[in-house]
Ligand binder design. Structure first.
Ligand code: AMP
Length: 193
């Protein structure tokens, strides 16, 4: 099974579709946001540093993230493939991921991009704030996260394009969770045929 990088703005459904992909293909799932939230909850040194950034909607520094990612990747079972959710978020992280995987005889695999309009995203995130009580899902922080996404993360889509592994799915084209996941499954099946 090829690795999958799931890519999109905050609220675009990376976690939701990762869970569905994981369920169908038995692939491992690494969410760097989940890793950081667990560290913050446990009150570790890393968690304390991370909360200074996440609480403001800022990115945690690349060196720290790359280290966390490599450790988490090395702890996964080998040969099943991995979904990277929330990583990479900068060009530097993408380059490092490519190198890290190559050093381990692995490769990036395929990228799945989720495209959703910002007004829909804002509504989803405000709803999630009520349902899940995530500390960084308030309007002020959400606006910062969108800004960070636009300036630091969105340009990465072109990087994946150049790698020849970009697959885009827009909410406009597939306006329901069912339509979206069906289209995603088809592309994953094709890539792994
Ligand atoms: P997420 O759950 O993926 O939306 O991540 C929540 C927060 O964790 C982000 O807003 C960032 O502050 C931080 N974070 C998660 N992944 C990364 C990453 N790859 N690089 C930098 N910061 C990250």
């Amino acid at each position: 099974m090829k690795n999958i990088i799931i890519f999109g703005a905050p609220g675009s459904g990376k976690g939701t579709y990762s869970d569905l992909i994981k369920e169908k293909y038995g692939i491992s799932h690494i969410s760097t946001g989940d890793v950081l939230r667990a560290e913050m909850k446990a009150g570790t040194e890393l968690g304390k540093i991370a909360s200074e950034y996440t609480s403001q909607g800022k990115l945690v520094p690349d060196e720290l993230m790359i280290d966390i990612l490599a450790k988490t990747y090395d702890a996964q079972p080998k040969g099943k493939g991995v979904i990277f959710d929330g990583f990479p978020r900068t060009i530097a992280q993408a380059e490092e991921l490519k190198t890290m995987l190559a050093e381990r005889g692995d490769s990036l695999g395929m990228m799945i991009e989720l495209l959703v309009d910002e007004d829909i995203l804002m509504q989803r995130l405000l709803n999630r704030a009520i349902e899940q009580g995530r500390a960084d899902d308030n309007e002020e922080t959400i606006k910062n996260r969108f800004e960070v996404y636009r300036t630091q993360t969105a340009p990465l889509a072109e990087w994946f394009e150049k790698e020849g592994i970009r697959n885009t799915f827009s909410w406009e084209q597939y306006p329901s969770k069912e339509a979206m996941i069906d289209a995603i499954f088809k592309v994953i099946d094709k890539e792994n045929a």
